[in-house]
Structure formats: C-alpha cells, structure tokens
Ligand binder design. Structure first.
Ligand code: GDP
Ligand code: MG
Length: 460
C-alpha cells in the first residue's frame, strides 16, 4: 500500500501501572482542563479509548514551549482508557505489541509495587517503548500548587526542602527501577532516549507536569517511529473486549490501528470454537458529550479511519475471543486464508499445553491474559506444566478436566489456576466434592504463590 510520510496515523498509547497510582486521573486531567477552557478541544471519548487531537496537545503545551513552535506531525493520540494488563496484553498483533508507546504510572510516595513490576515485564516482553509518569508530586510535604504548569517551573517555585524531598524520593524509585534492569533519567536531562527511560514528575490532581507528559509522548512517537506510524490502507485491528449490549446483542470493542472499517464489511474474527465470519451491522462510537450520554446511545458511522476505538455490532459474535486480530474480507482475499489467520493466535496458545497431558488447568478471561499467564508459568523460575487451557468463566466441565488429573494419580495437578475469571456456583460446589482446588487471583504472582504453598501440602 502507498505510504506517505505526511500522512501519519495517531499512535496508540497505553497507560499502565499499579492500582491507585493515578492512571484514570491523569486522563481525567487532560480531558477536564480542556473542557474548562470553554470547549472540549476536540478531545473525544471513544470505545475504550480517548482521542486527543494534536490541537489539544498544542494548546496544553503552549506554556511549556515558551513561544517556540511545536512541529506537530501527528493527527493526535489515541490513549487506551481501560488501563491494566487486560487491555494492554490484548493489544497485540501476532505476538507483538500493537501499543506504540506506553506511560507507566508510578506513585512517587509508594515507589515500585507488584503491578508496576508486572507492567514492566509485559513492556519488556512486548518490546514496547515507554516513559514513566512519577505521579502525585503534590503530595510532597508543603508542595505549592502551580496548577497545570510545566514541571520544571513548578519545581523552581518550591522551597528548598520540598525539592530535597522530591530528590530523595526520586532517587529511591530510580534505584528500584535500576534493580529491574532499567536505566532512567528525568526527561529534561535525558540525552539518549533510546537507552534511558524518561521520567516525568506529574500531579494528576493539580496538573503540574501534564503538559510535559503530553509533549514527550508526541515528540518520542513522531521522532522515533514515524515509519511505523505511516497510514496504510491495510487493515490492522484488534478485538479488545467482547460485550453484551442491550438492544445490540453481543458486540466487540475493537481498536482500529490502521486502515478503514465500513458498515456492511464482511469480517473474520477468532472464536473459541473456530473462526467466525460475519457482516458488520453497525459501526458505533459513543455520543460526543459524555455528560448527556444516555445509556445505550451510540453514533452510527458508515465508515471509520484509523486510529480509533470502535464498537462493532454483528451476528454470531458470542464466542469471539478478546485479544485476537480482526480481518476484513477484501475483493482479492480468500476467506479460508483469513479463517486460518485469525486462528493462528490460538495455535500458539495450544502449543503451550504439555505433551504428556500432565499439568494444571489454566483459565483466564481473555486470550491476552491467558497468554501472559502461560508465559509466566513457562518461565525458568516457575516451570509449572499445563495440561489444559480455557477462556471465560469456570464451569462444571472445567472442574471435570481438573478431576481427570486426580483420577490419573496426579493429585498435585488437580488444580485450576484462574486469572481474573469468575467461578460459577455449580462449578465451585463440584470442585469441593471432587477435591479439585481452584486458585483465583487477578495478579499472576499470587497464583504462583498459592500453588507453591499448596504443593508443599500435597503428597503424591
Ligand atoms: P488508578 O487506579 O491508577 O486509575 O488510580 P486513580 O486515577 O483512580 O487514582 C487513585 C486515587 O489516587 C484517587 O483517590 C485519586 O484522587 C488519587 N490521585 C491520583 N492522582 C493523584 C495525584 O497526582 N495527586 C494526589 N494527591 N492524588 C492523586
Ligand atoms: Mg483507574
């Protein structure tokens, strides 16, 4: 397809980090400030994402640029809203990340936490470039608010002892990051953004450092990955979530990374029981004004161009698997090829299953989280064999599979490791009867800890 260096798509930016570090608040801050300026600045709420147009970035970084021009080449940024491993690990394309850049949020007062480390490992695994927002600077003792100002201006206004506390805390966190194998630097001191990860001190509440954060994301993406961001007509699109919507039935929330989608397009998506071929009945985005948004009301589109967060309504989406590719059947495409292609993601997963048929059962909410869990279980430090896998809630038949391990004399494998999935009541009581243990957690490490503790209590 033709590529034009002036026709760039918006980069996809994910926000990751431990719970309560301020991921949602950072986005809120970016949206709110623009709304307070009297207009929304073109920032739009999309499905699972927020679109920040270049003009909004320009306005927000005016003070930071001190009259200098911002050579903006991007149309804007598409920030993925539903933060957490879930959405990040679902943003994939044949094993590699679809997320162009990530913001890892760390609470300056807490330093590295469990999910911070998991996020770092995910970012490393997917080779996703990222920057760090060291958030909650306003919690430094006697911090003087300089609302929404560039961070260095705000720092210059603080008392000496406030700056000293910042430095101490910053150094502590930097050391923790070094221990994770990351070289870091405050972004304005970073001469080598390819080897050092830039840190931006921010407050999501009072807005200091937010202009810096926006500017840095835009600068890094347009300078380091212009090639990757050139708009192409080839469709690149991933299913983020599968959702039941009143009046629409089962819908899929999709990130359109590149190319276009049209109403009436024939699409192919991965289903748990095999490929799904269906027709786009509706292409939907939320009503523009969030305040007056009525539940269930969407704007219909004839066609949409990347990058976008979109909801698709179509028949037969019930068993669609989040975290897989979506393809449109073009005039020159063979549907059979596309059916094979969508199932490829699942094939990789099935290859993690132990050939001897002995091991624990593993179950997760989406392909992305299942993959992250399998990757963890395979790692050198862990090495737990897996006999079967499934996606979605734990049902009776899942318990039966785990029980088969016990019947074959492997009590220690009569276990289901469940990541972020509910257990139906019938399944729970059947497990109890059969002596199948279900370990549930929404942090991967916790599953490992529980299983390891359990191993100590069982004798073969
Ligand atoms: P998330 O779980 O990472 O999305 O965190 P939230 O954005 O929901 O924020 C968690 C809590 O921290 C909320 O009570 C926020 O008000 C608070 N918080 C977030 N950012 C800041 C910040 O920059 N300064 C202060 N003081 N509190 C913050
Ligand atoms: Mg949040």
């Amino acid at each position: 397809a033709a590529r034009d260096p002036k026709d760039l798509r918006s980069p996809i930016c994910c926000i990751l980090g431990h719970v309560d570090t301020g991921k949602t608040k950072i986005l809120d801050n970016i949206r709110r400030t623009n709304v307070q300026d009297g207009e929304a600045g073109g920032i739009t709420q999309q499905i699972g994402a927020t679109y920040i147009p270049a003009s909004a970035v320009e306005t927000r970084t005016e003070e930071l640029r001190k009259g200098r021009q911002f050579d903006l080449k991007l149309p804007g940024l598409l920030v993925i809203d539903t933060p957490g491993h879930e959405s990040f690990s679902n943003l994939r394309s044949r094993g590699s990340g679809l997320c162009d850049i990530a913001i890892l949020v760390i609470d300056l007062m807490h330093g590295l936490e469990q999910q911070t480390i998991e996020s770092i490992n995910l970012l490393k695994m997917r080779k996703t470039p990222f920057i760090i927002a060291m958030n909650k600077v306003d919690r430094l003792y006697k911090w003087q608010t300089v609302a929404n100002s560039p961070i260095q201006d705000a720092m210059a206004r603080q008392e000496e002892y406030v700056r000293k506390e910042f430095e101490d805390r910053y150094n502590q966190v930097a050391l923790q990051l070094n221990e994770q194998g990351l070289n870091v630097a405050l972004y304005w001191k970073n001469r080598d953004p390819r080897s050092f990860i830039s840190i931006v001190p921010t407050s999501a509440i009072t807005g200091e450092g937010i202009p810096d954060l926006l500017q840095l994301v835009v600068k890094l993406t347009q300078s380091l990955m212009a090639e990757r961001l050139m708009f192409v007509n080839n469709l690149e699109s991933t299913v983020l979530e599968v959702k039941q919507i009143e009046g629409l039935g089962t819908t899929i929330d999709v990130v359109l990374v590149n190319g276009m989608l049209r109403e009436g397009d024939t699409i192919v998506v991965c289903g748990l029981g095999g490929p799904i071929v269906t027709t786009i009945r509706a292409l939907l985005t939320p009503q523009p004004m969030r305040e007056i948004r009525v539940k269930g009301q969407y704007v219909h589109h004839k066609e949409l161009r990347a990058a976008m967060g979109v909801k698709i309504a179509a028949h037969n989406l019930e068993s669609a698997v989040a975290g897989t590719q979506l393809y449109v059947v073009g005039p020159d495409d063979d549907v059979e090829d596309l059916k094979d292609a969508v199932m490829e993601d699942m094939q990789d997963i099935f290859s993690s299953v132990d050939k001897t048929g002995e091991g624990v059962c593993v179950q997760a909410s989406t392909l992305g989280s299942l993959e992250a869990l399998l990757e963890f279980l395979r790692s050198d430090a862990v090495q737990i064999a897996v006999s079967s896998i499934n996606i979605g809630p734990i049902n009776k038949k899942d318990i039966m599979r785990a029980n088969a391990m016990i019947e074959r004399g492997h009590r220690k494998f009569g276990v289901i490791l469940a990541f972020d999935v509910p257990v139906t009541r019938e399944a729970a009581s059947l497990a109890e009867q059969m002596g199948v243990r279900i370990f549930t957690a929404d942090i991967i490490y916790h599953l490992f800890d529980q299983f390891t503790a359990y191993l100590k209590t069982v004798k073969e």
